[in-house]
Design a protein around this ligand. Sequence first.
Ligand code: ATP
Length: 454
Amino acid sequence: MNKKMNDLVNFLKNRGFIYPSSNIYGGLANSWDFGPLGTMLKINLKNYFNYFFIDMQENNYYFDSSIILNSKVWEASGHLKKFNDYIITCLNDNQIYRADELLEEYTNYIFENLTILEVEKIIQEKIKLKKYGDKTRWSKISSFGLMFKTNYSKTDTKVNEVYFRPETAQGIFINFKNISDSLNLKLPFGIGQIGKSFRNEVTPKNFIFRTKEFEQLELEYFTYKDRAKKDFDKYLKLIDLFLLNLGFKKEDLIKNDIPKNKLAHYAKKTIDYEYNFWFGKKELLGISNRSDFDLKNHSQVSKERLQYFDTTSNKWITPHVIEVSMGVERLILAIFNKLFVKEKERNILKLPFFLSPYKIAICPLTDKLNYQGEELLFNLKKLNIGPIILQKGGSIGKRYRKHDEIGTFFIITIDFETEKDQKITIRDRDTKKQERIAISEIKNYLQTKIKNIF
Ligand code: ATP
């Protein structure tokens, strides 16, 4: 891990955002637990996704499917056959590598343009690891399924093998009929789902960038085949706006139109949004045209008609799907990368108001004023703008620095005049500007200052 990342990991641990998982038992490689502040940030991000991609859209709805589904789902979706990585072992130390990553790092060959036998030959003949030089020896390439398996019965038999979902999308596709019939939906409509996904990644790395267990934010937008391109472009614009609202800038929105030979097995077109992380430019999220691939395959395997009766043409049609898919943790890492800013005298987490774990910290100047702080806390909570904290004790400068660092948007100071004039000082995190206003004016002040509550 490079120094910047290492510093961030320590900071996030010390401030209650993210801890290494299973730490008291020596840890579990590349897995992380979210602390109280990290969880607040996660919840805010998920709420914003729901607000932006579901509530604010015309015909979009929520969904929440099981994590473990009938194994036939993964047969029909193609995951059982195609959701795998090609791996090769260095025989010097039994370390396992992804063949495509080796090729990318050590050669100019393009993995997708070669057969697996060709890749194997290139690695065996041409790739010498720095640590072993000419002595590097390689195994043969094998295929490694990325889905986690478990057993769904009391007996440990192959028949009862099931999988933890590697994407949330399939739960939506298999419920297409339930959803469209029960709500009597007209095309186009979208179904969004947030939930855990699991992938037995060969090379989990870069903190929370790539882990084996992560949360996805997905939207499946069902549309007419001849509208799919238009709707793809519509969601492309929406993703831009979503990212700008989170605090990214135009220059951060790097779009990578995936070439045909690199597309996932289900995709007709994909654009990945990339972000310049400390460790390089990497995929942040993706938008795909999945065509009618999933509904068709599930119809074929299940023998259920997963179609839509189009009253204009009086025909049954299989809708096409535009998918927006992003990882909660990966997005949070990019947010830290972008918005955690080191200034000369302080660090600031420049989160937009709706992402900040605490919206306001109330700081009574001395302990003698704590009771007034408690009263104000009680009254401000009624405004329903999100978590507010009463931060007692310690120097005021220290309290400012602490809250700047965890992204608290405003700090309210109560001083000895407050009781007499019923005024407080409110400080803006980013500008450090302080204004003395009447307690009765706080609500108006917040309304004028906050652009996006959301
Ligand atoms: P990658 O190439 O980085 O493994 P992918 O192309 O396999 O990603 P998708 O299947 O398109 O990823 O998943 C959609 C989104 O889910 C990704 O853009 C990313 O934000 C998130 N994601 C996928 N795999 C992981 C993971 N192992 N850990 C964290 N987030 C992930």
